[in-house]
Design a binder for this molecule. Structure first.
Ligand code: CP3
Length: 356
C-alpha cells in the first residue's frame, strides 16, 4: 500500500501536531451530489449501490473529487449487519429503511446469531478496492452502527418517533434486550475487525439513537456494549494505530463516560459546546464536530462565521485534537457550493489555532 500523502486526519485523532484542522462530513457521499444520484440510478437502488464494490468505490470518491476533504468514508450503511442476520432490509423510496422481519417475539430473539461474515464480503471488498483507488491520497474510515442503535432498527423495524417497541422491551424484558445487544456487540466487533483487516485506517461507531435513553440506562444499554466492541478491536495495523471515534447523537451530557470507553475521539452533535466539552475531558481524547448541518443553508457569510465560532470554541489546539465535522449527516437538499465555502473556511481559519 502506498504511503499516505495527507495524514492530517489520523494525526489529529491521535492528538499529534498538524498545520490545520482536518475536515470530513458525515454522509459526505449522498443525494446532495448530482453525480451520486446518477450512479444510484444506474445501480437501480441504494442496496444495489452498496453491494457492488465498483459502485460503492465510485460514490465514496465522488465528494473527494469536488472538495478538499481530509478523509474518505466507506460508502455503505449501518443496516448491512442486521440484513446479514436475516432481517430482510428494504429501502422503500421516500420512506427510509424497513425490515421485513423485525425482532418481535422471544423465539426470534433467541434465534438471533452473529452473521457469517461471508454475507458481508461485499463490504470488505469495497474497502480493499477504495484503499487501492485512493492510492494514499487520504485515509479511509470504516464504520458500524453501535449495538444499541442497530437494536433500535431491529426491534422497531424502521425509524421511529418514540422508540415505543424497543423501550417496551427494555422496561418489560431487559433480559431479551441484553441478549440482542450482546449478539450485536460480537457482530459489530467482528465486522469492524474485518474492515480493518481489509484496509480501513480509522473506524467510527454511530450511536445515532443513544441520546433517546434516560441517564443511567444509556450507560447500561448503549455504552456498556460499545465498550465491549472496543475491548476486542484491532487497534494497530501496518505499524500504525487505527483510531476509533464514538459518535452519540444527543450524547453531550455523557462525554466523560464516552471518553472512558477507550476511544481515541468523541463525536459531538451541534448542541454541545466544544469549549465546555474540552474542559470536561481535557485532552484525553480528540473531539470531532460539530457544525449544525443546517448552517449550510445560511449563505456564505453565515457559514464562515459559524465555522469560525466552532474553531474558536475548541480554541488553541495545543496537546488536543480537533477533527472538524458536521454535528450530524449533511442534508440531501444542501447546495454543493456551500460545502466548498465550508472546506475553504475550515482550512484557512484553523491555521492560527495550530501555531506553537
Ligand atoms: O457518510 C457517508 O457518506 C457514508 C455512507 C453512510 C450512509 N449511511 C449512506 C446512506 C453512512 C455512514 C450511513 C450511516 C447510517 N445509516 C446511520 C448512522 C448515521 C446517522 O445518520 O445517524 C443511520 C442511522 C443509517 C440508517 C439509514 N440509512 C437511514 C435512516 C437512511 C434513510 C435516510 C434518508 O435520508 O433517507 C439510510 C439510507 C442511506 N444511507 C442513504 C445514504 C446515502 C440515502 C439513501 C438513498 O440514496 O436512497
Amino acid at each position: 500500500m502506498p504511503e499516505l500523502k495527507n495524514d492530517t486526519f489520523l494525526r489529529a485523532l491521535m492528538r499529534e501536531p498538524v498545520a490545520y484542522t482536518p475536515l470530513w462530513m458525515m454522509r459526505q457521499a449522498g443525494r446532495y451530489l448530482p453525480e451520486y444520484n446518477q450512479t444510484r440510478a444506474q445501480a437501480g437502488s441504494f442496496m444495489g449501490l452498496a453491494q457492488n464494490p465498483d459502485y460503492a468505490c465510485e460514490v465514496t470518491l465522488q465528494p473527494l473529487r469536488r472538495f478538499d476533504l481530509d478523509a474518505a468514508i466507506l460508502f455503505s450503511d449501518i443496516l448491512t449487519v442486521p440484513d446479514a442476520m436475516g432481517l430482510g432490509l428494504q429501502f422503500v423510496a421516500g420512506e427510509g429503511p424497513r425490515f421485513e422481519r423485525p425482532l418481535r417475539d422471544e423465539a426470534a430473539i433467541q434465534a438471533l446469531r452473529v452473521p457469517d461474515m461471508d454475507r458481508l464480503r461485499y463490504v470488505f471488498d469495497a474497502v480493499s478496492l477504495i484503499r487501492r483507488e485512493l492510492a494514499g491520497a487520504v485515509p479511509l474510515i470504516g464504520f458500524s452502527g453501535s449495538p444499541w442503535t442497530l437494536a433500535c432498527y431491529m426491534v422497531e423495524g424502521s425509524g421511529s418517533a418514540d422508540y415505543r417497541q424497543i423501550k417496551t422491551l427494555l422496561y418489560q424484558r431487559p433480559d431479551l434486550l441484553h441478549r440482542i445487544l450482546s449478539v450485536n456487540a460480537q457482530a459489530v466487533q467482528t465486522y469492524l475487525n474485518a474492515q480493518i483487516q481489509a484496509g480501513a485506517q480509522a473506524v467510527m461507531l454511530f450511536d445515532s439513537w443513544g441520546g433517546v435513553l434516560a441517564d443511567g440506562l444509556f450507560q447500561q444499554f448503549s455504552l456498556a456494549y460499545t465498550r465491549q466492541v472496543l475491548d476486542g478491536l484491532v487497534r494497530e495495523r501496518d505499524g500504525r494505530r487505527v483510531p476509533v471515534i464514538v459518535f452519540t447523537k444527543g450524547g453531550g451530557q455523557w462525554i466523560e463516560d464516552i471518553a472512558a470507553t477507550g476511544c481515541d475521539a468523541v463525536g459531538l452533535d451541534w448542541t454541545a459546546n466544544l469549549a465546555a466539552a474540552r474542559r470536561r475531558v481535557g485532552d484525553r481524547v480528540a473531539l470531532q464536530g460539530n457544525l449544525d448541518p443546517m448552517t449550510l443553508f445560511g449563505g456564505e457569510a453565515a457559514i464562515r462565521a459559524e465555522v469560525r465560532r466552532v474553531l474558536a470554541d475548541f480554541g488553541r489546539v495545543g496537546a488536543g485534537g480537533h477533527v472538524f465535522n458536521l454535528g450530524h449527516g449533511i442534508s440531501q437538499f444542501t447546495p454543493p457550493e456551500a460545502v466548498s465555502v465550508l472546506v475553504d473556511e475550515v482550512h484557512a481559519a484553523s491555521r492560527a489555532y495550530h501555531e506553537a
